[in-house]
Design a protein around this ligand. Sequence first.
Ligand code: KIV
Length: 265
Amino acid sequence: MTSSKTLTVDDLLKMKRNGEKLAMLTCYDATFAAAMDKADVDIVLVGDSLGMVVQGRTTTVGVSVDEVAYHTACVSRGLKRAFLIADMPFGSFHNESTAMENAVELLGAGGSMVKLEGAGPMVDVVDYLTCRGVPVCGHLGLTPQSVNQLGGFKVQARDDESARRLLQDAQALQHAGARLLVVECIPARLGKEVSAALDIPVIGIGAGVECDGQVLVMHDMLGLGERAPKFVADFMPGSASIQAAFEAYVAAVREKRFPTDRHAY
Ligand code: KIV
């Protein structure tokens, strides 16, 4: 779907229904945002990964709402077509009123949706936000804000019981009104199952080619990650420019050439 108008949540849903794969990347400034937009990237995420790739931290914990809001405002100035999501950082959505206040700041900065990690008690937070007009993207599987609790950046939901729990969590988030879901670092067969079970688009990162779309951290797909995880592909070799690398990524996602089995768990 190529058009010059800004994509909406309904457009993303239609693309899933039509079997069109969604290409999503993280972004942190206006110049890269404009290049992604020209390359037809469908969804741009101002991830709290900015804590690692922009600020040089070892985890995403410690990023503030004001910092995500600042980068969201920068990115929004570079976009015309792509749908913009702002990440809610660690500690910014632990109860309903805090989440609402912070989501309002991120939407005010230019985001069209906020993303938050987890299920369980977060399902009520998602319900609270969506009932008050805040579009929400969930995030399950490897949730980097819980890295200290998960004991490191590891593949999640490998056994049947935890896979079943993840699927239930995904359904609960959809029921609570989430309009998009990111699943990170889970077996490819589970990525496929969750995408088939939900009506909303499911975007995978290390979750196999059968998800409704794919997301990567921009620095990783430009080959700048120092120790890139298995699910990352570097799109710079063979691309004459960064713009061309974004175009190559979009084409590979749409044609289901990325991710390959080599990038899957
Ligand atoms: O913060 C981020 O960049 C993310 C993506 C990895 C999905 O959450």
